[in-house]
Design a protein around this ligand. Structure first.
Ligand code: ATP
Length: 347
């Protein structure tokens, strides 16, 4: 297993920049998700790591080994990078049964039969596919096929596994159970895994850290908890989780913490910058309380199962979101108490 290091990576397709100056390290053994809207450059980043694309600028290392360098035109081909791939489309051989599909990378490497069989058995056990060794891919469900693709990665003992939206073709229930399969796979192998998705629930459920991307750059790389609680930009605050971003004024730092004015009220804020300009109000920052300082009107009520989402408009005009245990009615006027929200700089 190995660390993956990208230094000042850019990738242009003609005049268009799919990636602009990405410098980052994916740690040895971590499960890292690349998350962002369509076209932000996630797949391009993964394809550069795999060696399917060559960088226009910058360099890539896998462990101690440089595998790509735009300046020296070094581009180690994919088959020499010892990396596993899992795609949306499974990419299984339709005429080979599960055992042969899983063992095929070892046939190419000319390992002995005994060694091959032992590695296939271990990979089938790790992906809970032992009963399916003799089945053909056409006789498997989508989730089982994706497990075959994972098992095939595993036999080669790769330094890293790259996954490009591997669950996108599966229905919602199967996606949830496959998330557990990927998490177990990661725990057992401790492979460095880089997982592309545009589904934040999926990224939150599995990843140790998430690189949030937009317009060809990584805008924040953090744990799921930190991205949610301490976003560093409006983009991340709005992209991750629910909530509202509102402006604040008159921020003052003192020994007892920071305070500022937002929604027409003076209150404590959590921040690590001297000049916060925006605050991120998560539903849990807003508690319905008749005595609350902030007045708001209920605009929309959505049942979430056991609780309701309330879309609100504050008296000062901002759109807010909170949750309630009971059903309210659009048009209701409510009071809100605000607990210290996270505040960050505008740029
Ligand atoms: P999605 O979630 O839709 O798959 P993505 O974040 O993976 O999107 P990329 O596929 O990396 O995005 O594409 C980034 C940008 O680069 C897009 O604007 C895309 O159109 C462009 N791009 C990607 N591959 C090529 C190519 N081979 N030729 C030209 N442009 C490309």
């Amino acid at each position: 297993m190995a660390e993956l290091t990208l230094t000042d990576i850019a990738k242009h397709f003609g005049d268009a920049a799919a990636l602009k100056s990405v410098t980052t390290t994916m740690r040895d053994g971590e499960f890292l998700a690349l998350l962002g809207p369509s076209g932000c450059g996630k797949s391009t980043l993964l394809r550069l790591l795999a060696g399917f694309e060559h960088p226009t600028k910058g360099s890539i290392r896998i462990g101690d080994r440089e595998v790509a360098n735009a300046a020296s035109r070094l581009n180690v081909p994919p088959e020499d990078r010892n990396i596993g791939f899992v795609f949306q489309s499974y990419a299984l051989w339709p005429h080979m049964n599960v055992r042969r599909n899983v063992g095929y990378p070892l046939e190419i490497r000319r390992l002995s039969k005994a060694e091959r069989e032992a590695r296939i058995d271990a990979a089938l056990a790790a992906t809970e596919l032992e009963p399916y060794g003799d089945r053909m891919p056409s006789d498997l469900s989508g989730g089982q096929r994706q497990r075959v693709a994972l098992a095939r990665c595993l036999v080669s003992d790769p330094t890293a596994v790259l996954l490009d939206e591997p669950l996108a073709n599966l229905d919602v229930a199967l996606r949830a159970s496959m998330q557990a399969v990927f998490s177990d796979f990661h725990r057992r192998t401790m492979a460095t895994m880089v997982y592309v998705t545009h589904d934040q629930a999926e990224a939150m459920a599995m990843a140790d850290r998430i690189a949030v991307m937009n317009n060809g750059v990584i805008v924040q790389l953090d744990t799921p908890e930190a991205l949610y609680a301490r976003p560093r930009s409006r983009f991340v605050a709005e992209f991750i989780g629910e909530g509202a971003v509102v402006p604040l004024t008159g921020a003052i730092q003192s020994d007892t913490g920071a305070e500022a004015t937002l929604l027409g009220t003076r209150l404590k804020v959590e921040t690590d910058t001297a000049q916060p300009a925006l605050a991120c109000l998560r539903p849990e920052n807003l508690t319905i309380a008749e005595t609350g300082d902030i007045r708001a009107r209920v605009e929309r009520v959505t049942y979430l199962g056991g609780r309701y989402r309330l879309n609100l408009t504050a008296a000062s005009g901002e759109a807010l979101v909170t949750q309630s245990a009971t059903r309210l009615t659009p048009g209701d006027q409510i009071g809100l108490a605000l607990s210290a929200p996270w505040a960050f700089a505008a740029a």
